[in-house]
Design a protein around this ligand. Sequence first.
Ligand code: 5GP
Ligand code: ZN
Length: 115
Amino acid sequence: MSDCIFCKIVAGQLPAKKVFEDEDLIVFHDINPVAPVHLLAIPKKHIESLAAADGEDALVMGKLLHVGSRMAIEQGCTDGFRTLINTGRVGRQEVYHLHVHFVGGPDVLPPMLKR
Ligand code: 5GP
Ligand code: ZN
């Protein structure tokens, strides 16, 4: 946990372009965006991944979706966006602190996965 970059953002030890913060979560801009709008919504609590979340995390997980969606719209995703959670090795998760991606912008996104 001590070397978790998202915990460092939560603790204020690493800078982030935050668009929302409350007692449970932060929403901030991804450092390496894949689209004009690319936000990450993270719980302040260190939860390794979606697979590691348990029942008591259900409330904050719902909040991540609700607040993240509001922020995506506020940042310009008025005509839709994509919500993504990469989980574990197969899901190619890079940062092992649960986060929800909100990706969008003015144009239609490419297909989610290549067939
Ligand atoms: P994952 O592949 O784990 O779902 O996505 C991790 C995301 O975190 C990537 O999109 C990456 O660009 C983003 N990221 C990694 N390090 C930092 C950082 O220090 N600050 C911010 N804002 N985003 C980061
Ligand atoms: Zn963490």
